[in-house]
Write a protein that binds this ligand. Sequence first.
Ligand code: SF4
Length: 351
Amino acid sequence: MQNTHMQHIAPEDFAATVLKWQQQHGRHDLPWQQPATPYRVLVSEIMLQQTQVVTVIPYFQRWMQAFPSISALANASEDEVMALWQGLGYYSRARNLQKAARYIELELGGEFPSELKQLEMIPGVGRYTAGAIRSFAYDSYGPIVDGNVRRLFCRLFAIEGQPTTAAVNKALWQQAERLTPELNNRRFAQGLLDLGATLCKPRNPECTRCPFNHACAAYTQNRVGELPTAKLKKTLPTKTGHFLWLPNEANVMLSKRPDTGIWASLWCLPEVSEAPAEATLVASFKHTFSHYKLIAKVWQPEADAAVWRELREANTHYQRAPINLQNIHEFGLPAPMLKLLNKLLQEDSNG
Ligand code: SF4
């Protein structure tokens, strides 16, 4: 599976090259770097899991203002937490962060752990995040493999095969463990991530500026375009969801979704299992989740009052929330719902 040509690069040489490059060309002004406390690193790493740095920065800053410490987050309400996450997507990350804060607060007496194994016991913290906290917050040995490192190592060492398979994963972690130094871990880890994000990019990597180009298997064998091996494309199934648009003066009925399933614990237009019998289709939109595509249809029933009554009686989760454009930010809403609500409220106030 692997090309041997960089197998024997001495870890000291590898680390020295990464550190030197990071010093000169890496990123030094990310908000979670100053100061890099374990809590700030945890929050930034969870936010960065599926999201780009530029998008994360303002979210990170707002979050730190609202929840400056583990205990502030542990004691916050779920609605406050979800509202601050609104628009970042993959909302289970927000719930996990709060679970993590409560775990550290209640189970560990507020003491943030520092060993890899203890870190991996925190809810939502896997091998990568544990390594990142060790490296960034404690400046200690903590191997990391994320999407950036994966791409970099697959190319450097010509690691082939579907990137999510156990064999590829094992090869990547072996390299990470072998090459991670015992000193200067904060800068080393940042250097690896920066190399992947700014030079060894998914498309058009900047190999001529790369400090490893002389030794990189992909570059020297002219295989940069074929590594890492492309993921097999899967076709996602499509589902239709029916939602109700029930405006009432300045209010529109929203419901808080259950704490599992799509958009868990977020506020949404009430969802019903099928389209109401007598109703007008006021809007529709598409949204892709990781495992299916949703076609959302939004209906305004003819008999608003009867539907309100029925919904209130049918399910105690359904709450009537006075929502308008002024206080919409107080609720955690999924981004496509928020966009749709803004549009419908706008149309409603115009006509
Ligand atoms: S030479 Fe190119 S492909 Fe190889 S590690 Fe550097 S940027 Fe990535």
